[in-house]
Design a protein around this ligand. Structure first.
Ligand SMILES: Nc1ncnc2c1ncn2[C@@H]1O[C@H](COP(=O)(O)OP(=O)(O)OP(=O)(O)O)[C@@H](O)[C@H]1O
Length: 441
């Protein structure tokens, strides 16, 4: 790493915007004053290390920062929408105070907008500000392309109790070595693809399941109930995107929609959804939000997968290698199977579509480098016929125990070697195959 260091003096309400390549490492230190990264405050005189990130260091009251290392972009901006973001938080906080007094549900906020307008960054800020008020909000991540919490291809809900980590984002706060019964364990459903468009029906089923689970959590957990939920979405805003948004609003009983950086979407949301008890708010996109090309996104996804098995430079993990017999596991994927004809279904049964049909996958060379999701489901489909349909729906709606990575295939011996974060035999037998592949470097 280059030792070149540079001092930055920021006036109040300014932000230092930096972009760091994946190959570079940059250290950031707050010397005087106060500053925050997407809502999380920096401690003074501590080195924070970043690689492959685009971020903003914002100060409300002015500060002095030192950057050590090579950034690809670095500049100070004095025009930001941070005041409007803070005001939005304060309005939501008023609702939380009311919710605490009356013991009712706090705000259920949905953040929508096109790609690269800062939805995830705004979610982090609103969550951080809420956590700073000693509340315990739930973060729902419906953006399956990114995998802020665990892996790409997942839909997750995470009750947050600790501040979001400056260097690792949700990666650390939500999943670092949770103790038994820890409140920071995310609830994860596997969708298996980076775009909701690939299988809208499956995506909506999983959103409904996630919403039911979150609803149960809110009933039991008073702190989470009054703190409310923040839902981050993908950037789909065409007609399919509108249907998905409508489904999310219904499933999570959303009462605040924040539309980020898109006038037409805002006016459509007002027209389609504004009704008593549901507010639609428009916020401006920050000039600092960076458009990420597909290569950058792919790199981020790979990094996320790698971190799952090997940890980060701050907390390294050593994955375990296990040999698995083909016949010991049931590998399934959702969709694209051959359908039973409608007349073959029992009278009154809902017809399964090809989008939600379970298909058994025969293990083989094609699985090499796949990331498979280990389901908490116990029984393979078809074993409890005659009600096979219900079984399939239950199977799809099961949450996940974790992930494995297929590192070697020994087809002649009908075995495969998989990496997993835990030692020993993998107790769960139903594994989902999605489109996630990763070539270990
Ligand atoms: N003010 C800012 N200054 C510098 N970088 C920023 C700023 N706000 C956000 N970014 C960066 O811009 C990128 C895009 O932001 P973000 O992920 O929040 O957008 P998004 O709308 O959630 O994107 P998508 O839905 O397409 O995944 C991220 O790398 C983020 O760290």
């Amino acid at each position: 790493m280059t030792t070149e260091s540079k001092e930055w003096l920021l006036d109040e309400e300014n932000e230092l915007r930096i972009e760091i390549d994946f190959e570079a490492k940059v250290k950031l230190r707050l010397v005087t004053g106060t500053a925050e990264v997407f809502g999380t405050e920096l401690a003074q005189n501590i080195d924070y290390e970043f690689s492959g990130r685009k971020l903003a260091v914002f100060t409300w009251h002015g500060c002095k920062l030192i950057l050590q290392g090579q950034c690809s972009v670095e500049y100070i901006a004095n025009e930001t929408p941070m005041i409007s973001y803070l005001n939005t938080h304060l309005a939501l906080e008023q609702r939380r105070v009311l919710a605490s007094q009356k013991n009712i549900q706090g705000p259920r906020v949905l953040i929508v907008g096109p790609n690269d307008v800062g939805k995830t960054s705004l979610s982090k800020m609103l969550l951080s500000y809420t956590l700073r008020q000693s509340r315990q909000p739930i973060y729902v991540d419906l953006d399956c392309s990114e995998g802020s919490i665990t892996m790409p291809g997942c839909l997750t809900a995470t009750p947050l109790t600790e501040m979001i980590d400056v260097e690792e984002g949700f990666g650390s706060s939500a999943t670092s070595a949770p103790t038994a019964g820890s409140a920071v364990m995310p609830l994860v459903y596997y969708y298996g693809s980076p775009s909701p468009k690939d299988n809208v029906k499956l995506y909506n089923i999983l959103v409904s399941r996630l919403a039911q689970s979150v609803g149960r959590r809110l009933e039991e957990d008073e702190a989470a109930r009054t703190s409310g939920i923040i839902i981050d979405t993908n950037g789909l805003i065409d007609s399919t995107g509108y249907d998905i948004i409508a489904h999310c609003i219904k499933s999570f009983s959303v009462d605040v929609i924040i539309v980020l950086g898109h006038e037409r979407l805002y006016s459509d949301m007002v027209r389609l959804h504004q009704k008593p008890g549901l507010s639609v708010v428009k916020l401006a996109k920050s000039g600092g939000v960076v458009e990420r090309d597909s290569a950058f996104r792919r790199h981020t996804q790979n990094q996320k997968i790698k971190e799952y098995f090997y940890g980060t430079s701050k907390s390294e993990l050593a994955p375990y290698s296990t040999m698995v017999n083909y016949h010991d596991v049931e590998i399934l994927r959702v969709g694209d199977g051959n359908l039973a004809p409608t007349w073959a279904l029992p009278i009154g049964e809902e017809r399964l579509t090809s989008e939600t049909q379970l298909v058994k996958v025969d293990p083989g060379d094609h699985l090499l480098h796949s990331v498979l999701a280990v389901s908490n489901a116990e029984k393979p489909p078809g074993t409890t016929a005659p009600d096979g349909l219900t079984t399939e729906k239950e199977m799809i709606g099961n949450n996940l125990a974790g992930f494995v990575y297929v590192s070697e295939i020994h087809d002649a011996r009908k075995k495969m070697t998989v990496l997993s974060p835990c030692p020993g035999r993998i107790p769960k037998k139903v594994w989902w195959l999605g489109s996630l592949k990763w070539a270990e470097e």
